[in-house]
Design a protein around this ligand. Sequence first.
Ligand code: IPM
Ligand code: MN
Length: 369
Amino acid sequence: MKKKIAVLPGDGIGPEVIEQAIKVLDAIGDRFNHQFEYCFADVGGVAIDKTGNPLPDETLETCLNTDAVLFGAIGHPKFDNDPSLKVRPEQGLLRMRKELGLFANIRPVTTYKKLLHLSPLKEDKVAGVDLVIYRELTSGIYFGERGTSENSAFDTCFYTVEEIERIAHAAFQAAMKRRKILTLVDKANVLDTSRLWRSRVQKMAAEYPEVTLNFMYVDNAAMQLIQYPKQFDVVLTSNMFGDILSDEASVLTGSMGLLPSASIGLKTSVFEPIHGSFPQAAGEDVANPMAAILSAAMMLDEFGLQKEARIIRTTIKHVLEKGIGTPELNARITLSCSQVGDMLAHLIAEDISLDIGEDRLAEKISTII
Ligand code: IPM
Ligand code: MN
């Protein structure tokens, strides 16, 4: 297979984790005879510094002319804490979402046995958690009418039936492939938009008779995610609620550095680790590249390369089970960001397993990286 991929490394640790994802994609390419062509472009703070625009037109062009976008992270402290700034990295992200029609943001939350002790929750609460959030990404209060006058300001939450139904279909379809439980999270006791979501989603449920549909108010969902996260399979929600709940969900499993995301578009889809730019660690070669690598795996799924995607996921799982990881995981064998990339690429390209005694593991790794 031949695919053209737009690569937008962005700010902070974005470039270093994306570099590792590319190593792994190339390993997949070598082993399975696929050709991935990369088209690099600027986004976020680096793009502002170079052009004054967080999403330059050439970058958008590149995204529109490729099969997928691999995105690092955006954001830098110099743009934070100054509400008077007219140009900020986030504007690039929001414009990209709108221009590419990225209506569904998908964030899977997976647990890894070896890392359960890093969770802020008790291990028995979090063991076996396997959920995915479907967040609407191009409408709602993020994109509604807004305004500011001298002593007031307003933002509007607005949804059309079409916007609700397209993401709801995607979420129902995901539920069909999983445990067949869909939870719509809203605030239907207060908001008209939520009542519209409920009535449309309820009607759509007739097309998916095997899926159990639950409704949950967002305040309760915030609580239930902590108290009993295992109950969730697919969570469907609007833009703002999804923003908040996906951050909450991302810390359940103990390592945010492992969580990927996909934003499915009407044009080109975007694949991005959820950890953000983490500027304190930029250039230190300590960031965990696994979220970026798992985002590349989600991209392969989207290309129809399920087997290749699965190989990436199982290799990462295997490496973690062996107690190997970046510093924040407190692993038995600590590697740098680039060493994790080198090792995963090597294991995947050569189809090597690390099934050897623990005493020989460090020695074996040293021959690989
Ligand atoms: C996210 C981020 C963005 C959002 C910000 C950076 C605009 O928090 O991708 O979740 O709020 O959507
Ligand atoms: Mn967010």
